[in-house]
Design a protein around this ligand. Sequence first.
Ligand code: SDX
Length: 428
Amino acid sequence: MAQNTLTITDNRTGETYEVPVEYDTIRAMDLRQIKVQQDDFGMMSYDPAFKNTVSTKSTITYIDGAKGILRYRGYPIEQLAEQSNYLEVAYLILNGELPTQEQYDEWEYVILHHTFVHESTKQLMQAFRHDAHPMGMFISTIAAMSTFYPESRDVLDPDTRLKQIIRLVAKVPTVAAFSYRHSRGLPYVYPDNDLSYTGNFLNMLDNMRQGKYEPDPVLERALDVLFILHADHEQNCGTATMRVIGSSHSDPYSAMAGAAAALYGPLHGGANEAVLRMLLEIGDVKNVPEFMKGVKNRERLLMGFGHRVYKNYDPRAKIIKKIADEVFEVTGRSPLLDIALELERIALEDDFFVSRNLYPNVDFYSGIIYQAMRFPIAMFPVLFAIPRTIGWLSQWVEMLNDPEQKIARPRQIYLGYDERDYVPMSER
Ligand code: SDX
């Protein structure tokens, strides 16, 4: 019977080691027994950017990058996008099961009735320049929220954690809308708890009459589905950051500010903004061949393409492409779509992209929809952060409840100077 182990022979010493295999992985700590001298520290694994490193066990989200599969708690993203709504999916991701009607009603009520932010948040946001990037405002304000809820530092208490999770899920649309209104020099619109989660968000963004706002149902639903698609994505850069910061038992507001800061990068969630700027720069379908030449010469990246895990079409991009048509029925078709479709057509045929498994990812088409819905380009990463809030927080809770987790502290290979003596200034 084949053993579930690896036999490692260290050719430096001729020693052989048996290392257990679990879930097709070995524990890096099992390498430490491999030494040349008995007082050596022991072997470690070197993995820049953690390209082949498992940092945790999780039951939240499953991705099969080869097959283009994404499931939240076992439910395929296609079914959730079709049949569920964001708040129900948020409940599922956090609690592990779809809610009963009673559980859903209670969850929806508690979220929709915690949408107001502390009044001093407005003064805080007023301090930003008029042209401050909304994502910079969002990250700073989320961090500042830790000062309004000092009890949130009690991260090991489940009831305290849940209270902060409710506050963050409920308030991120308000913070996002306030940052948008500030960037437009418009007065803030307070939440209207009679509206749905995305309907209220549109209200706080768009309401110019300060009266009862009626969101367009097509845009309200389209945003809700986009929020479902962005809710979680296992151990991505932003979520890994949430877990690392959370591992020191920092409060969830400070940890989430860090996660949002990681998401802001153009290689991550900031790619949706970078895609739009790229499409605007290309300007016309006739300029696509020239642009693609630059990409193949390594002068730039094709933003919105490629993925660390998906080596197939990102299943979210397929769904977003379908939503685009529904949104354009209301907003009018975006001319940028023709450029995007031509970029995709070439990329799916050209060996440079095919040989590198570069397919459209979640950020490639989402920006075109946001632009058609008249969101400023700078708001796009914020529109990613809002729905990802539940993913970050659910992963944070899982990390705190995992008996194997401790404060995250990677090691290094030191290649710097050996010991040397200080040189007085007069002798340098
Ligand atoms: C998100 O991890 C997640 O789950 C993230 C996310 C989530 O939901 O949280 O899915 C959201 O961040 C999606 C990704 C958004 N980013 C972009 O669209 C930016 C453009 N994409 C690239 O920067 C890149 O594809 C990454 C960052 C997404 C992935 O990079 P990897 O896995 O480190 O791959 P790599 O850089 O090693 O690329 C492999 C090869 C290289 O060529 P060679 O050196 O092997 O010849 O592919 C090339 C790269 O140069 N390549 C690209 C490219 N992406 C990779 N070439 C041109 N354009 C690109 N977009």
